[in-house]
Design a protein around this ligand. Sequence first.
Ligand code: NAD
Ligand code: ZN
Length: 251
Amino acid sequence: MADRREKIFREAADTLASRRNAVALTGAGISVESGIPAFRGTQGMWEKYDPMEYATIGAFLSDPEKVWAMLSEMVDVLSRAVPNPAHSGLAEMERMGVLRSVITQNVDGLHQAAGSQRVIEFHGNAWELICLSCWNRYPSREKIREGIPPRCECGTILKPNLVLFGEPIPWSAQEEAESEAQSCSVLLVIGTSAEVSPACHIPRLSKGKGAVIVEINPEETPLTRSVTDLHLREKAGDAVTLLLSSLREIS
Ligand code: NAD
Ligand code: ZN
């Protein structure tokens, strides 16, 4: 068993080192070890707030105050979180010239905090608020300090500039992500259940262009038996740390 694990890590590291053109696709699972609960696979605030009841654009438009009860708790959790070894390991791989970019479904800003330079935020981020009436934007932290729910100068309740269920993906993020996915030769898929569309289709785009799909997730996902070539069945922090030390040995 230990041999098999070692072999699979070595193969993943060799692939990354020889191809040197990887892109990472990350999901909520990569931030679990930073104290931010994922929707699936862990417990926490999402037991209290069903995302399908609270994290939809329909819910926000019909009752923004109710949705802000969840958002203020989420912002609180995000404010306390710091990058973990998986985030900093990806930043290091970028500095080593092994990883080209990170496409993230997360809204927590932890990849940038860890030092990643090229981050495509597929679902926006929580650190900016936007007014759906006049399109003014505000930094979240300051505005939230003024009170919940935060309001625009025009009086409208502000929405975090992240993608709620039912909202479209920002056009530029979608385009950039597709182009990165189609031109990489390794896709590192980390901590995503691959159940949220359209992000879940990204691995198939890479696979279609001949990329090797390396999946890091302690659980199996719909990708594991369809597009994944190498499944590192571990927590993100351990797996990225191990991959990085193999990469250092090789290069
Ligand atoms: P998800 O919650 O649907 O699935 C999380 C996945 O991570 C699961 O497959 C689980 O097995 C795996 N996982 C759990 N712990 C892990 C660990 N330590 N290391 C590696 N993998 C681990 O996440 P998703 O696919 O990203 O979809 C959820 C949606 O919710 C996304 O669109 C995302 O924007 C949003 N979300 C974001 C955050 C955040 O910004 N940190 C947190 C929760 C949800
Ligand atoms: Zn306004």
